[in-house]
Each structure stands twice: as C-alpha cells, then as structure tokens.
Write a protein that binds this ligand. Structure first.
Ligand SMILES: CC(C)(COP(=O)(O)OP(=O)(O)OC[C@H]1O[C@@H](n2cnc3c(N)ncnc32)[C@H](O)[C@@H]1OP(=O)(O)O)[C@@H](O)C(=O)NCCC(=O)NCCS
Length: 181
C-alpha cells in the first residue's frame, strides 16, 4: 500500500497527529524544535545551533522532510516531531538511505517516534531505497537505540569515543542498518 501525505494518525494518548511533507512554512517551526535538540546535546552532533544555510542543508536541501503536527488546543497546530530522509551517499550508493528524527520533549513516550520511524521505512521503500543506515546513534541514547531495534534495525558497528558529551567525556556511536528487501 502506498503512503499518501498528509497522513492522519493517533498517538497512544489519543491525540490526533498529522504527518505532512514539509515545505517552506515548516522551516521556522522545525528550526525552533531543532534548537531544543541541539541545546539538549544528547542526540545530534551539532554543539551549537547551525547558521541558516547549514540548518537548511541539514534538514531540507536534497532531502525528503516530514513534519508531525498536533492540535495546540487553540485551534492551531504545533510541530511535535519531524524526520528527514536522504541518500547516505551519492551515485552508485544512493539507494542506501539515511534518516534523522526528532520529537519535542513534551510529546515523547506517546508513540510518535515509532510512528515517524515506521512511516520513514515505508516511505523509503516507496521511494526505491534498498536499505537504511544510521551513521551516528549516540551509545548513551538508549531509548532511541531500543526504538530502532524494535523497528528492525541491527547494530553493525561501534565507533569508539566518537562523540563529546556535555561533561567533556566521550561516548561511543553506533552504526545501525536495516535492509528494505
Ligand atoms: C528518540 C526519540 C525520537 C523517541 O521518540 P518518542 O516519541 O519518545 O518515541 P516513542 O514514544 O515511540 O517511544 C518508543 C519507546 O521508547 C520508550 N521511551 C522513549 N523515551 C523514553 C524515556 N525518556 N524514558 C522511558 N522510556 C522512553 C517509550 O515508552 C516507547 O516504549 P514502548 O513502546 O514500549 O512504550 C525522542 O526521544 C527524541 O526525539 N529524542 C531526541 C532526538 C533523538 O534522540 N533522535 C534520534 C537520534 S538517533
């Protein structure tokens, strides 16, 4: 069955959520959400917020970006999460996808990460990708690692001491992979 955006779904607490293919109007909400993630410093490599161009490169240019919106209770909606999907390499290896996920702190543990991950896998298949590779899953990010394993990813390798933590010590990073065939 092929995915057609926007996708309507419900989170574990019954909140309705809408997944949309992101465009211009989603840039500012996504920037605000990614700022929180960079400030947390526990899941993405940026140690300071990227400038406008770097942010667009990281989240939009050459990528498929999907954003999740939930009602804000005042008749509007707020971005609760997002993912990007892109070729991990160009040319002959472009059928290996790479993806990145974020969920706003107040919307975590409600099944949105799982919904975004499952949607990414289905959409990646639909776009013709043959597999998905995560290059840099922080080893301390145990909830993400468990979530990716439950979605079918296997840990391929560990990069020792790849990531500087907020306290100045280093943690490993894990490379995770899933074939879509
Ligand atoms: C990782 C992340 C995307 C997960 O999103 P989420 O919406 O919380 O995911 P889910 O609600 O689908 O949770 C998946 C499972 O992990 C559990 N979980 C997630 N965060 C948890 C936490 N802080 N404490 C305890 N359990 C947690 C959930 O309960 C759920 O388990 P269950 O299905 O058995 O109940 C989100 O925490 C996040 O955005 N973190 C910061 C960015 C990040 O780490 N991105 C991934 C980089 S590899």
């Amino acid at each position: 069955m092929s995915l057609a955006f926007p996708i309507q779904a419900k989170l574990k607490d019954g909140s309705p959520v809408q997944l949309v293919l992101a465009g211009r109007r989603d840039i500012e909400p996504l920037r605000a959400l990614y700022r929180i993630i960079v400030d947390e410093g526990t899941s993405y490599p940026h140690d300071r917020f990227p400038d406008h161009d770097d942010f667009l490169d990281y989240w939009f240019r050459g990528k498929t970006t999907v954003a999740a919106y939930v009602p804000d209770g005042e008749g509007a909606s707020t971005m609760a999460g997002a993912f990007y999907l892109k070729p991990n390499w160009p040319g002959r290896a472009r059928q290996v996808a790479n993806a990145g996920f974020i969920v706003a702190p107040e919307w975590r543990k409600k099944g949105l990460g799982w919904l975004l991950g499952a949607t990414m896998l289905e959409y990646a298949r639909q776009l013709g990708y043959r597999s998905v590779l995560f290059n840099l899953v922080f080893s301390d990010n145990v909830h993400a690692r468990r979530l990716w394993e439950r979605l079918g990813f296997k840990e391929l390798a560990v990069i020792p001491g790849a990531v500087r933590k907020n306290d100045g010590t280093y943690q490993d990073a894990v490379i995770m992979f899933q074939s879509l065939r």
